[in-house]
Ligand binder design. Structure first.
Ligand code: 13P
Length: 260
């Protein structure tokens, strides 16, 4: 992370894990484990929809923010199985992940939907965490930058400067998600710098330097220090390692050797 005004942001994406009872217990452990770190680092946990209410209750009085994992762009209506931005807001969410690669690849979500979701979230006072990232085939065929550029421009179309300053980008190479294969700090930094350059082109240098870009993909406590030492890496979006309070706490307190 560079010495700019960007406050690191670390998110735990619990994906489709944890019943309400299990989620309450993990939230409680996470809250206790992170009691001293929340001022220097912004922390967000994103449980599955069914557990948002229970986790929100547990996190009350802590500085850990609550986030959704997805949303629909409409406020309400005949969209079976979906949840809207105002509903997430009502549950206490401040953030919501959109365009996660699992949504893009397993549920066929195009950039246009991700973009609509991002706009809906802004409209209702939530900050989107917009995920982008290339597949293994795309990386091997040398198209990583084209893919990332297309996803950024397509997912953030017509997002104003003011909205962009609240938006978080998560670079998650698909080949590194859940595989144990983290991108090396250099590989990640190269793409993060490329993303920041796109943001400079669209929003100007001053704004681009204030936008936070997280890395995601098999992040572990051991990989954090080196990742966070990169000038354009401003945090992490953590899947598997956020399902244990102790490993998530070690990741969040990367700068104090795991002591919170
Ligand atoms: P893992 O940390 O399990 O690789 O998941 C990353 C991720 O997809 C976070 O959104």
């Amino acid at each position: 992370m560079s010495d700019t005004v960007r406050k690191p942001i670390i998110g735990g994406n619990w994906k489709m894990h944890k019943t309400v009872t299990e989620a309450r217990s993990l939230a409680l452990q996470t809250k206790h484990a992170l009691v001293n770190v929340a001022d220097r680092i912004e922390v967000v946990v994103c449980p599955p929809f069914g557990a948002l209410g229970a986790v929100g209750e547990v996190l009350k009085g802590s500085k850990i923010f609550l986030g959704g994992q997805n949303c629909h762009w409409e406020e309400k209506g005949a969209f079976t199985g979906e949840i809207s931005a105002p509903m997430l807001r009502d549950l206490g969410c401040r953030y919501c992940i959109v365009g996660h690669s699992e949504r893009r690849h397993k549920f066929g979500e195009p950039d246009e939907w991700v973009c609509r979701k991002a706009h809906a979230l802004h409209l209702h006072g939530l900050a989107p965490i917009v995920c982008i990232g290339e597949t293994l085939e795309e990386r091997e065929s040398g198209t990583t930058k084209d893919v990332v550029r297309g996803q950024i421009l397509g997912s953030l179309k017509d997002v104003s400067t003011e909205q962009m300053l609240k938006t978080v980008i998560a670079y998650e190479p698909v080949w590194a998600i859940g595989t144990g294969k983290t991108a090396t700090p250099d590989e990640a930094q190269e793409v993060h710098a490329f993303i920041r350059n796109i943001l400079i082109d669209v929003y100007g240098l001053e704004v681009a330097l204030r936008i936070r870009i997280q890395y995601g993909g098999s992040v572990k406590p051991e990989s954090m220090v080196e990742l966070m030492a990169q000038p354009d890496i401003d945090g992490a979006l953590v899947g598997g390692a956020s399902l244990e309070a102790s490993s998530f706490a070690k990741i969040v307190s990367f700068d104090t050797g795991g002591e919170s």
